[in-house]
Ligand binder design. Structure first.
Ligand code: FES
Length: 93
């Protein structure tokens, strides 16, 4: 039962799957993140992030970067620029 992660660079993407965000398409956003797996990045569904109405909400840890109103087609952009290159996408914060 060993759990030899996380490494220093590991990130966690939390995608809100609560009611308000779900209505705004959070399930597809979660699926899009799961479809583009990045080594060292975990993608998990989460309960309400307290930002209802601006959803779907996505939180990237440990950076504590929030993205609001995320669309599935924007996910590859977040993955490439934030998760791989380390630049958050300002316009979506
Ligand atoms: S339902 Fe997603 S932030 Fe509240």
């Amino acid at each position: 039962m060993s759990n030899n992660q996380p490494s220093a660079s590991s990130k966690c993407v939390r995608v809100c799957q609560n009611r308000a965000c779900k209505k705004q398409g959070a399930a597809k956003v979660l699926a899009a993140f799961k479809a583009s797996v990045v080594p060292g990045v975990t993608v998990t569904p989460t309960g309400c992030l307290g930002q209802c109405g601006n959803g779907p909400m996505v939180l990237v840890l440990p950076d504590r970067i929030w993205y609001s109103g995320v669309r599935p087609y924007e996910v590859p952009m977040v993955v490439e620029q934030h998760l791989l290159d380390g630049h958050e996408l300002k316009k979506m914060l």
